[in-house]
Design a protein around this ligand. Structure first.
Ligand SMILES: NC(=O)c1ccc[n+]([C@@H]2O[C@H](COP(=O)([O-])OP(=O)(O)OC[C@H]3O[C@@H](n4cnc5c(N)ncnc54)[C@H](OP(=O)(O)O)[C@@H]3O)[C@@H](O)[C@H]2O)c1
Length: 594
């Protein structure tokens, strides 16, 4: 694209004109030769060594007296000699300093000089103006700029270049150096060597491994003369966060919860911190009420330094299927998320070092029985966006399942609400490592679309590697960019789904067909609702598993595809049990009848 754009669209290279192409054995150089030859131009080239010269002689038929050395300015004399003092009509330049000046001096009257290099432009180097006598043009090409700011032109350019490949005008540069991504370091070393010709290609195969290098992060500390507000600071995650912050120099905290310092764990934390010289104000306060929060902050700040950061770790779970949920259940959970976050946003200073909302993966994935919690967490995600859009610090952290700390780890009963195979338990260190990045006062305000981070979900590839089947939810369009799980399943040879369509077609008895539909439906429901197939009780209506209208439409379409049967959404939603659906589908199926 660089070659085509520079020579044809910018320099308007014509048949019979002379063109000088620097670094001609490189990928861009080789393609520039092909473009120039396709319009019938006479090509002069420079290369850095004899092997590269060989490539031009052998593959492009460029005569030896048209190939010069690029590592010094001697090519100028050579070109003027061969062209009998005329020079060239077009220069495609990538040389710097003296090489650039010598190239400019090769340009004939009405000639065009196209600069591809960036070094002299960045250095704001000067050019001798005499070179521009006789209507010489100077242009600089930067394709990146075109992609960003002239998208239409970029698109046309890609289309045009692909056409040229298709009709054979352009070919892949020679040779292609193909490295698997596992050997990317080797590829970079070769690239660095200055001996590279042609194009380096990195391929990613299923067996490739990539080295993860931990980024060396700067050491930083919380301000000693600052107060940090943690709502829910006496809860499981809150306590871990406070201990970590103390280890990084924080000395003043306001910890808020509705029950104050009563729970044993809270009292222990407070006395432990006092021994370390840390000042902690534990306030009994429902932060979802602005007046209570305002009062608690005011009282603490009478004796404490200004607030510089805040983490909202408040949560109250009241799980229930939406249709069974009382308003009180809805309200309490929502208040612990939306109202607490909004009040903090309004009452705390604008210029905090960090404002972290501990949200949950449920706002991204959904969870039947946690519509209140999911909605509250989604509000937190939106608030983080809103703040960053207004240039205020904010991060919404969509946490999955914490393995060792927090309400779920402390209460095994809660586990049954999180039976999503795609969840990967999160270690405390991982959670704190993220806070270490985003609480750093020097971290810039995030871009709104980067203000939400999800952690604790496995990608389909990771799930397949464990020989498990990805949850149905990973097939949703939201996950399309890292999903491709169905294809990957087949590729990996772990297509463990029974082919119910084939079985249904083969079996002749009605009871047999019904049994197949019931089994398939139970498995489908289990996947769609992220529960185990054993939990699907066949004599219960479908709605009792949390099948809402969206899931019903999905089931309807699935039934049509698998069993060639049209069933009404009403049949699915209106009190029909899984067993009864077996009969309805079998009766409605036209499979094998048409
Ligand atoms: N644990 C996990 O696996 C997990 C997973 C995903 C997300 N998260 C998120 O991580 C955060 C902390 O979770 P956790 O496991 O540490 O929960 P936790 O142990 O139940 O702690 C939550 C704390 O919030 C306080 N709280 C609730 N509503 C409040 C209100 N209106 N005003 C003031 N304080 C309030 C509670 O104290 P009182 O009852 O005394 O008010 C409690 O101390 C939550 O934001 C949660 O959404 C946790």
């Amino acid at each position: 694209m660089t070659a085509y754009h520079s020579l044809i669209e910018v320099a308007r290279l014509q048949e019979g004109e002379k063109v000088l192409i620097h670094a001609a054995a490189g990928a861009t150089g080789q393609l520039a030769i092909l473009v120039a030859q396709s319009v019938g131009a006479e090509v002069f080239a420079t290369v850095g060594c004899n092997e590269k010269k060989e490539i031009l002689l052998r593959n492009f038929g460029i005569p030896t007296d048209h190939i010069f050395y690029s590592r010094n300015a001697s090519f100028k004399k050579g070109i003027m000699r061969v062209t009998k003092g005329y020079g060239v009509d077009v220069v495609l330049n990538s040389l710097v300093g003296n090489g650039l000046h010598a190239s400019l001096e090769c340009v004939a009257p009405y000639g065009r000089f196209v600069e591809l290099g960036k070094a002299d432009i960045k250095a704001n180097s000067s050019l001798p103006m005499a070179c521009f006598a006789n209507n010489v043009y100077f242009s600089a090409v930067d394709l990146r700029h075109i992609y960003y700011f002239r998208r239409d032109a970029g698109y046309r350019l890609i289309t045009k270049t692909m056409e040229l490949f298709k009709d054979g005008t352009l070919q892949c540069p020679y040779p292609l150096h193909v490295y698997p991504v596992s050997s990317i370091e080797e590829a970079f070393r070769y690239f660095q060597s200055g001996k590279n010709t042609g194009r380096i290609v990195i391929t990613a195969g299923p067996d490739d491994t990539i080295r993860k290098c931990a980024l060396h992060r700067r050491q930083w500390a919380f301000h000693e003369e600052a107060t940090y507000v943690i709502v829910g600071g006496l809860g499981g995650l809150g306590r871990a966060i406070v201990s970590w912050m103390v280890s990084k120099g924080a000395k003043h905290f306001i910890l808020l919860s509705r029950s104050g310092a009563e729970p044993k764990a809270g009292r222990q934390l407070r006395s432990g911190l006092a021994e370390q010289g840390v000042v902690v104000a534990v306030e009994k306060c429902d932060a979802s009420f602005a007046d209570q929060l305002s009062e608690a902050l005011k009282k603490s700040l009478e004796t404490m330094p200004p607030i510089r950061g805040c983490i909202n770790a408040a949560m109250e779970l009241n799980d229930s299927l939406f249709e069974n949920m009382t308003f009180m259940q809805w309200e309490k959970t929502i208040r612990s998320k939306c109202h607490t976050s909004w009040n903090l946003h309004n009452l705390l200073p604008d210029d905090l070092d960090f404002f972290v909302l501990l949200s949950s993966l449920t706002s991204v994935l959904g969870n039947p029985g946690q519509s209140n919690y999911s909605a509250g967490c989604a509000f937190q995600d939106a608030l983080a966006r809103y703040r960053t859009y207004n240039n205020q610090k904010a991060l919404s952290l969509n946490l999955g399942l914490m393995r060792t700390i927090g309400a779920v780890a402390e209460n095994k009963n809660l586990h049954r609400n999180f039976k999503i195979a795609s969840l990967r338990p999160i270690e405390e260190t991982e959670h704190l490592a993220l806070l270490d990045i985003y609480c750093d006062p020097s971290h810039p305000v995030l871009q709104p679309d980067k203000s939400q981070i999800a952690i604790g979900i496995m990608t389909p590839a990771e799930i397949l590697a464990k020989n498990l089947e990805p949850d149905e939810l990973l097939h949703r369009p939201l996950f399309a960019s890292f999903s491709r799980s169905r294809g990957a399943l087949q590729q990996a040879g772990v297509e463990r789904n029974t082919n119910y369509t084939a079985l249904f077609r083969q079996i002749e008895s009605e009871e047999g067909k019904i049994a197949i539909v019931v089994d398939a439906l139970a498995r489908k429901l289990a996947r769609a609702l992220s529960i185990s197939p054993d939990e699907v009780e066949l004599d219960k209506p479908l709605y009792s598993f949390g099948v809402d209208s969206l899931v019903a439409v999905e089931l309807k379409n699935w039934i049509r595809k698998e069993f060639a049967a049209e069933v009404a959404v009403f049949d699915i939603m209106g009190g029909t049990t899984v067993e009864m659906m077996g009969g309805i589908v079998t009766k409605a199926s036209i499979m094998g009848r048409v």
